[in-house]
Write a protein that binds this ligand. Sequence first.
Ligand SMILES: NC(=O)c1ccc[n+]([C@@H]2O[C@H](COP(=O)([O-])OP(=O)(O)OC[C@H]3O[C@@H](n4cnc5c(N)ncnc54)[C@H](O)[C@@H]3O)[C@@H](O)[C@H]2O)c1
Length: 327
Amino acid sequence: MKINIKSKTRDYEIFIENGLLKEIDNYLDVSRKYAIIADDNIPDVIIKRVINKLKYNIFINFPHGEKSKSLSEYERIVNILIDKGMTKNYIIIALGGGVTGDLAGFIASTIFRGVDYIQIPTTLLSQIDSSVGGKVGINLPKAKNSLGSIYPPKMVLIDPSTLEYLPTKEFNNGVAEMIKYGLIHSPEIYDKIKSGNINDNLEELIFECLKIKKHFVEIDEFDTAQRQILNFGHTFGHAYEAFYNYEKYLHGEAIGLGMLQVISPELKNDLIKVLQKYALPTSDPAKKEDLIKFIKQDKKVQTKGINIVLVNKIGEAYLKEINIEEL
Ligand SMILES: NC(=O)c1ccc[n+]([C@@H]2O[C@H](COP(=O)([O-])OP(=O)(O)OC[C@H]3O[C@@H](n4cnc5c(N)ncnc54)[C@H](O)[C@@H]3O)[C@@H](O)[C@H]2O)c1
């Protein structure tokens, strides 16, 4: 399956195919020089599939986890790339989950004033969401993703068969973002997640989710209006992550909690049941006042208030500007 994304910077293709990595030389020019960036928790078998077919490469490992989306890790990797002789004609490959994509993509957008990069997402969350749309960045201690850019990849290669190695908790983390797509844009996706077995048609579901991402990215690439619909649940979700210093929840788990804070009361119980089906958290003791402190630092806060995404009917979301007190 193939999706083309139109971007102001460059158009690019997403390829989705089980077993794609075993034939990676059909997609990449093996005579080019690549710098592969991956965390230290990706199964070796996946790394080998990529490395074996590429002749020229630099390979860099970094500690897995959200904490690596940091200035210090950014600087460390850039220094290694330069020490290993990387030049502007190298292509960076972000191999792994959303943390790798965000960090390696941010490096690509800044090193030598920008080099090409390819996203090879290997978690469900990164395959349906973070690898597409060009948002890259790192966290500062005060706020998540506060340093970054919108820098589209050259290509996105998705091999859903890599998900067979993903622990259930990480898989369910991605399901939370799938639920989000259903709630904001597709009753069909929501229903498949609620009533069916996701694994029965995973490739198709990934494709359907990415078509929704394409829709919002293409109408508002720079995230000034409609693209913010994709942030449903993220205002409170990011606050939960930051409140617990990125240690208690995976990103999707926090987004699930965030969606519960803003979904209409009529849909809330149904969403709780769906989240529970995938062992995602549905309650947390953090006080709203404490979360609001983090929300005030969120980059989406404008002078007057904050743009919040609301869902009153499954498949239909809208943006509303409200002030912090109302929130
Ligand atoms: N840029 C965007 O548009 C965007 C969108 C959504 C989320 N994000 C970001 O994505 C990040 C979360 O991404 P994530 O959930 O993929 O987490 P992650 O990148 O930390 O990956 C989770 C873990 O799974 C391991 N892993 C990866 N692939 C594997 C595989 N196939 N088998 C076994 N283990 C594997 C990784 O090594 C890691 O330990 C957050 O930082 C979030 O802010 C970015």
